[in-house]
Design a protein around this ligand. Structure first.
Ligand code: SDX
Length: 431
């Protein structure tokens, strides 16, 4: 048992217990701080605050370590698939053959979207932002499957295996439907295919011509989705936990996570990276001018895909995806001038003191768009791809919240900086 932290405030001294995680992470347990002292900690953006104990993913940002349930991301990238890693993230263990078959069967059995639900698309203008459509469509799953979304944790957990598989499978199918809707293409029906093959079929098949993916394409898609499976308490995952802590069902909580992911500082960055690379290419810049502007410090001029709220070292996912880019492009017999620009930017930034001193390295979004583009996925769908990949992590975190018998609704405090007490002024007396 660690020696408590002593906090001396005014004339009081309180002892705060120390918590230690299985990887040796330390925390000061401040759960009684306000009750004992009347004070709260202030930590804008929660960068120094732990909101929960979680057994799903371990991140060591200083040493570039990412593990899901103890398995290192580079091992999973080398040996696993998205569906197997999704099972691991959700259930805590790699599936045995029987479990893997049952999970795969549930995913295939729930790949379709009800005809009545398909009519929701009639209400979306074709240029509706894909993530706005995805968030609202996923929220509406609670209406089509009310027995899985009772907002009663005990009942919802009894149906968890089905609702979890349904969520992963339908977010995948809805993602493809959103792509087709924005292009005015008819929806395809899911086939009895593996997860990634079915996605590519739903995206690219024609009514009389099935799209049959070559292994290099499905392998690349498996890898890129796997790399997004979970990432500790990032903005969207914390949002899923926040909403779930109110007792909200899985579908509603996932919709909130999708909304959070859509922001350009979070999941929207992969699309922003490609727009950045394209503009550098179109301006005939080799990246030099852009990097100079990115050092100006304004949020609107940032080197997108660089920097991270946790990693102060390489994002291990960026290394794996960066290495895969060249391999995938070569296997597909494609080249992409934007890859050359991305590599030039990375080399230049990693030698530049501005980035070195701020410990800014490529993150998961820096190279992922190159692979998505090589697979024929348009930029406005990149964040939807991120959501498909992140769905297992969100689901696993919702389950931790729902299963916690000592769980509490998330309710952070604040420091009020508005006007002090004042009396009402009748309209006649206002200037
Ligand atoms: C994801 O949390 C997760 O785990 C997220 C994620 C996941 O898997 O869920 O990993 C996915 O969201 C990856 C990040 C995607 N976003 C981007 O690539 C957008 C570009 N990056 C940044 O906006 C920024 O780095 C953040 C938002 C990612 C992190 O922001 P922080 O930690 O709050 O950093 P900061 O804004 O406090 O910046 C610290 C300094 C500032 O300079 P100074 O004020 O010290 O002079 O670094 C600078 C910033 O101006 N800076 C950058 C920069 N990122 C930070 N300068 C230029 N380009 C950048 N990309």
């Amino acid at each position: 048992m660690s020696t408590p932290a002593l906090l001396k405030i005014d004339d009081k001294e309180i002892a705060c217990p120390i918590m230690t995680g299985t990887e040796g992470e330390k925390a000061i347990d401040a759960r009684n701080l306000r009750k004992d002292t009347g004070y709260i900690f202030y930590d804008q953006g929660y960068g120094n605050t732990g909101s929960c104990e979680s057994a799903i993913t371990f991140l060591d940002g200083d040493n570039g370590i990412l593990r899901h349930r103890g398995y290192a991301i580079d091992q999973l990238a080398a040996h696993s698939t998205f569906v197997e890693t999704a099972y691991l993230v959700i259930y805590g263990e790699l599936p045995n053959p029987k479990q893997r078959k049952q999970f795969g069967d549930l995913l295939r059995q729930n790949a379709h979207v009800e005809t009545q639900m398909q009519r929701l698309f009639e209400g979306y203008p074709k240029d509706t932002p894909p993530m706005a459509m995805l968030a609202s469509l996923v929220a509406s799953l609670a209406g089509y499957y009310p027995d899985l979304a009772t907002n009663n944790f005990e009942k919802d957990l009894q149906q968890f295996d089905l609702s979890a598989a349904m969520a992963i499978s339908k977010i995948r199918t809805l993602g493809a439907m959103i792509y087709r809707h924005t292009r005015g293409l008819p929806f395809m029906h899911p086939k009895d295919l593996p997860f990634c093959d079915n996605f590519l079929h739903l995206m690219f098949s024609e009514p009389y011509q099935d799209y049959v993916a070559i292994p290099e394409v499905t392998n690349a898609l498996n890898l890129i989705l796997l790399m997004h499976a979970d990432h500790e308490q990032n903005c969207s995952t914390s949002t899923v936990r926040m909403v779930g802590s109110s007792g909200a069902n899985l579908f509603t909580s996932l919709a909130a996570g999708i909304a959070a992911l859509s922001g350009p500082l979070h999941g929207g960055a992969n699309a922003a990276v490609m727009q950045m690379l394209q503009s550098i290419h179109d301006e005939g810049d080799d990246g030099t001018r852009f990097i100079a502007a990115a050092k100006g410090g304004s949020k609107s001029n940032r080197l997108m895909g660089f920097g991270h709220a946790v990693y102060r070292n390489f994002d291990p996912r960026a290394k794996v995806i960066g290495e895969a880019c060249g391999v995938v492009l070569k296997k597909l017999g494609k080249s992409d001038p934007l890859l050359d620009i991305a590599q030039n930017l990375e080399q230049a930034a990693l030698k530049d003191d501005y980035f070195i001193s701020r410990k800014l390295y490529p993150n998961v979004d820096f190279y992922s768009g190159i692979i998505f583009r090589a697979l024929g996925i348009p930029t406005n769908m990149f964040t939807v791809m991120f959501a498909i990949g992140r769905s297992p992590g969100w689901i696993a975190n919702w389950r931790e919240v729902a299963s916690n018998p000592k769980g509490r609704i998330y309710r952070p405090r604040q420091i009020y900086v508005g006007p002090v007490k004042r009396d009402y002024v009748p309209m006649a007396q206002r200037g």
